[in-house]
Design a protein around this ligand. Structure first.
Ligand SMILES: Cc1cc2nc3c(=O)[nH]c(=O)nc-3n(C[C@H](O)[C@H](O)[C@H](O)COP(=O)(O)OP(=O)(O)OC[C@H]3O[C@@H](n4cnc5c(N)ncnc54)[C@H](O)[C@@H]3O)c2cc1C
Length: 298
């Protein structure tokens, strides 16, 4: 462990434009700083410095959480606490409020942002599976303009994303759930707080008018592959079927067989596979109950 952080040149961006100018000018030499809950520990651990640190936390207008028609929009500086406490998110995307409520500790949740959680690209990132289950997209901005990318396709591997060094995530967005849709997040870790997921899982289900048959499903799981992943085998089993214990068992068994975890200090591959089944069945069950109750709330 190296406790000396070699700080690069610090740039406090007061607007998106100032941040993009700095990223455009310094490219690979620059690094975005948001809550710094991943960045500073990384710099301390590795002693690695970036020549230019572009702090975006003074861009006040990026902290919003709002609903625009059917779409919930979350600015890049919204923290886990902001999202966990947001009435808009609790009502329209409970899975994300749940996931944000299980990140780290209150201190980490008060500083850490969802965009930072995505850009850190940990296979265990808690908000990633929730956002994938919601079918969320990121608005990615650079001097060249804007592009939209699905969260599930942003991850390339641990610490690696499709964004280049001149790009900034400015917003995360997804459709709010309708009545008859439900979502849920489950996490297994060594402790209840301050612990990285051994496995995490999120489910989104859309039921038909009878509230018995699954019309659409998105299931995501983390910490079982180099990136958070969607488990299509489980989704295919549920779609078009009446939801009951039998179907939930079949879907979670298929997920167990689809994932390819590794052994590491937090858990063995076999344990992770079995826990994938347990967590996915819990998430599907909770999402089903919420959808059948007619709202997405707890
Ligand atoms: C004690 C502790 C406990 C933790 N527990 C959890 C946990 O339970 N679950 C979990 O998922 N994570 C956990 N984390 C990890 C971390 O808190 C989250 O990943 C957090 O959301 C990161 O956000 P941040 O704003 O602090 O990112 P930063 O540290 O500021 O940045 C992280 C990375 O993202 C880049 N970045 C940040 N914002 C943007 C942007 N808008 N556009 C482009 N690039 C950007 C940075 O350049 C950097 O590479 C924990 C961390 C600590 C230290």
């Amino acid at each position: 462990m190296n406790n000396d952080i070699k700080m690069g040149k610090y740039i406090l961006a007061k607007s998106i434009e100032e941040a993009l100018n700095a990223l455009d000018k310094y490219g690979e030499k620059a690094r975005v700083m948001a809550g710094s809950t991943d960045l500073l520990p990384l710099m301390r651990r590795t002693g690695r410095e970036s020549e230019y640190l572009v702090d975006i936390t003074a861009i006040g207008k990026l902290s919003y959480i709002k609903q625009d028609g059917e779409v919930i929009k979350i600015g890049a500086l919204a923290t886990h606490s902001d999202v966990n406490e947001s009435p808009v998110v609790k009502k329209g995307a409970f899975v994300l409020a749940e996931a944000c409520g299980m990140v780290g500790s209150p201190q980490i949740r008060n500083r850490g942002t969802l965009a930072g959680n995505i850009m850190n690209a940990s296979p265990a990132a808690d908000t990633a599976v929730a956002l994938i289950a919601l079918g969320a997209e990121a608005k990615i901005t650079s001097k060249k303009g804007e592009r939209i990318e699905k969260i599930e396709s942003i991850f390339l591997g641990p610490g690696k994303t499709t964004l280049n060094s001149k790009e900034l995530i400015t917003e995360l967005r997804f459709r709010a759930l309708y009545p008859g849709e439900g979502s849920a997040f489950c996490k297994l870790a060594k402790r209840k707080g301050m612990a990285i997921s051994i496995v995490n899982a999120a489910a989104f289900l859309s039921l038909d008018e009878s509230r018995a048959v699954c019309r659409d499903a998105r299931i995501a799981v983390g910490s079982v592959a180099p990136t958070p992943v969607r488990v299509k085998s489980a989704e295919d089993i549920l779609t078009g079927q009446e939801l009951g214990e039998n179907m939930i068992e079949k879907a979670s068994l298929a997920a167990r067989d689809e994932v390819k975890p590794i052994d590491d200090i937090r858990g063995g591959a076999g344990y992770r596979r079995e826990m994938t089944k347990v967590l996915i069945s819990s998430a599907i069950r909770a999402a089903t109950e919420r959808a059948q109750r007619g709202n997405n709330h707890e």
